[in-house]
Design a protein around this ligand. Structure first.
Ligand SMILES: Cc1cc2nc3c(=O)[nH]c(=O)nc-3n(C[C@H](O)[C@H](O)[C@H](O)COP(=O)(O)OP(=O)(O)OC[C@H]3O[C@@H](n4cnc5c(N)ncnc54)[C@H](O)[C@@H]3O)c2cc1C
Ligand SMILES: Cc1ncc(C[n+]2csc(CCOP(=O)(O)OP(=O)(O)O)c2C)c(N)n1
Ligand SMILES: [Mg+2]
Length: 572
């Protein structure tokens, strides 16, 4: 049957199982929007195309399915750039569909013409320019395959207006994916596999570095089984959090710049690192020259380009993590590393770690308290989407995630403005989940207009604005490394409660510790989106901290006179 290219877009999306798209219309994508009304697809009208990409990304991270964003040509498409780069750096599968000027006008500086495939070439896993209706279905099918397979990532499809308007036969079967030269599935090389088995057998101080690949491969069970059988403790990356339950006895906590001191020390003293689906980001390694110099490294990653990129691997296993671990489990014998585990435990100190609930209330409200309270009051079961900055790090330290896909955060690009739209996307993907956006006063204002989307679309998320009156993380760097010259970091904000109310939403405020539980309970009980303005201590800093490029175990620790404890080990 003949269909227009515009109809084929929606027909193809439906066949890919898409139920929700996030977008914003305009001239070059208007034929597609006109055809959309014929299909039972939910369209979420965003307030800025960056919001659409973050929503698609939040949708993808919450489920593992491909998220879809739609925009017009020119400014619509360029507004997507930050969201696409965010998805690229964190390997998130999204498909962005943009309208393009008519094919005969390409290259003429036509109205709202931008070479968006050129612009996004380095920040997409792949992109396409489609100029004929016949190519729409095969391209969409291929784009979904590329976005979701192997190491996932964003794919952009730019479709000219005439390709949307002209008609052709629609044949889904004939549009099957035929991709020569794209082989996302890998099997480990036997030599590296045998090397890994030998290294595991010899190790006395092994440590698993657990990354986001665990979540993407669905390997939680396999990693736990491996860790328990070989008595290997686990250190987490920021993006790996939730991949292993925080409460699992082998889970030591987060590594890296704002990771736990004992985790970073353990990494430096290990004799074997098993990197499972993590990419040795510089926030994780610190100075590469002094990074875990006594440790052999086994690196398991689905992307061959990650091997030996930052850290040289003694055994490089290019494979899906879950598959590789199944094989590895069959080949390794049970081990006992009690002295090593006991040594790491001793570094933590005797008291409960980060038990800030028992600290006396000195009348000040700390972000760490707020976040720990949200964790306690939501039983640690919420999906939390964060923005970028201090609050993001405190979330990682004080909200303990038990399940994969419950922390959604921009790690690689560190995109301020990500939190609120990602939360809206996550809630639409998981309507039964409790979803919180924990955002800074700075980042929130970058995409705060999406409150209007939440209101119009009746999406319930709880927005906790950690309002410290500063671009806090930058202020912290100025405090530590620029002699407290606070250039352009003090931040004046609108009245956030009134801002929520202006959107027809509920706005609440807490300025003292005892108020936190009440506002959190009220937000949870309310039907629509609720914003809470948490007025927290202005000049608090995130500890510990490895200054950028420093040795991993050379950390700035929380001053002893501070009212908060950084970790119990501080008191030793
Ligand atoms: C302000 C700020 C501070 C930060 N501080 C820290 C910090 O203290 N500690 C920290 O850890 N991070 C920190 N980060 C985040 C950091 O920048 C990186 O984003 C993060 O460390 C990356 O984690 P990852 O390697 O696990 O995930 P990714 O970057 O997502 O990499 C995942 C890896 O898994 C692989 N993979 C995917 N699927 C599979 C599969 N099926 N099988 C096998 N492999 C697979 C991918 O190819 C990729 O190499 C910070 C970020 C910000 C913005
Ligand atoms: C789009 C963007 N611009 C600039 C930065 C640099 N940056 C990183 S953290 C930060 C401050 C964030 O302030 P806020 O949102 O108030 O969060 P806080 O650190 O105070 O918790 C800035 C400016 C960034 N990550 N993203
Ligand atoms: Mg702030």
């Amino acid at each position: 049957m003949k269909k227009t290219g515009a109809q084929i877009i929606w027909e193809s999306l439906m066949r890919q199982g898409v139920s929700t798209v996030f977008g914003y219309p305009g001239g070059a994508i208007l034929p597609a929007y006109d055809a959309m009304t014929q299909f039972p697809i939910r369209h979420v009208l965003v307030r800025h195309e960056q919001g659409a990409t973050h929503m698609a990304d939040g949708f993808a991270r919450a489920t593992g399915q491909v998220g879809v964003a739609v925009a017009t040509s020119g400014p619509g498409a360029t507004n997507m750039v930050t969201g696409i780069a965010t998805a690229m750096l964190d390997s998130s599968p999204i498909v962005c569909i943009t309208g393009q000027v008519g094919s005969k006008l390409i290259g003429s500086d036509a109205f709202q013409e931008t070479d968006i495939t050129g612009v996004t070439l380095p920040i997409t896993k792949h992109n396409y320019l489609v100029t004929r209706a016949e190519d729409v279905a095969p391209t969409i099918r291929e784009a979904f395959h590329v976005a979701a397979s192997g190491r996932p990532g964003p794919v952009l499809i730019d479709i000219t207006k005439d390709a949307q308007q002209s008609s052709c036969e629609f044949d889904w079967e004939a549009a099957e994916v035929k991709l020569r030269g794209y082989r996302p599935d890998h099997r480990p090389a036997p030599a590296d596999f045998q090397k890994a088995v030998a290294l595991i057998r010899e190790a006395k101080r092994p440590l698993i570095l657990a990354g986001r690949g665990i979540i993407q491969s669905g390997a939680t069970e396999q990693v736990i089984a491996f860790s328990e059988a070989t008595q290997t403790p686990i250190a987490m990356t920021l993006l790996g959090l939730g991949g292993i339950p925080a409460s699992h006895p082998m889970n030591l906590g987060m590594m890296g710049m704002h990771g736990e001191a004992w985790v970073n020390t353990a990494i430096q003293e290990a004799d074997l690192l098993l990197a499972f689906g993590m990419r040795f980001d510089d926030r994780v390694t610190g100075n590469l020259k002094t990074y875990a110099v006594n440790a052999k490294k086994i690196h398991i990653d689905i992307d061959p380009s990650e091997m030996n990129k930052n850290v040289k691997a003694d055994a490089a296993i290019v494979a899906d993590l879950r598959d590789a671990l199944k094989d590895l489990m069959d080949a390794v014998a049970p081990k006992d590393h009690a002295p090593w585990i006991k040594y790491i435990e001793s570094m933590k100190g005797d008291a409960a770690v980060r038990d800030i609930q028992t600290l006396p209330d000195n009348g000040h409200l700390y972000a760490a308290h707020v976040i720990n309270d949200i964790w306690r009051l939501t039983d640690g079961k919420a999906i939390v989407c964060t923005d970028v900055g201090q609050h993001q790090m405190w979330e990682a330290q004080y909200y303990h995630h038990e399940e994969p896909r419950t922390l959604i955060t921009s790690g690689g690009l560190g995109t301020m403005g990500f939190g609120l739209p990602a939360a809206i996307g996550a809630k639409l993907a998981k309507p039964d989940a409790e979803v919180w956006a924990i955002v800074g006063d700075g980042g929130f204002q970058m995409t705060a207009a999406e409150l209007s989307t939440a209101a119009q679309e009746n999406v319930k998320v709880n927005v906790a604005v950690i309002n410290n009156g500063y671009l806090g993380m930058v202020r912290q760097w100025q405090e530590f490394f620029y002699e407290r010259r606070y250039a352009a970091t003090p931040l004046r904000s609108p009245d956030f409660v009134k801002l929520a109310e202006a959107h027809g939403l509920v706005g609440l405020r807490a300025e003292k510790r005892p108020e936190v539980a009440d506002v959190v309970a009220r937000a949870r009980a309310a039907e629509g989106t609720v914003l809470i303005d948490f007025r927290v201590e202005q000049e608090d800093s995130v500890y510990p901290m490895v200054p950028a490029g420093n040795d991993l175990d050379a950390m700035i620790r929380r001053p002893k006179e501070s009212v908060l404890v950084e970790t119990a080990a501080d008191q030793m």
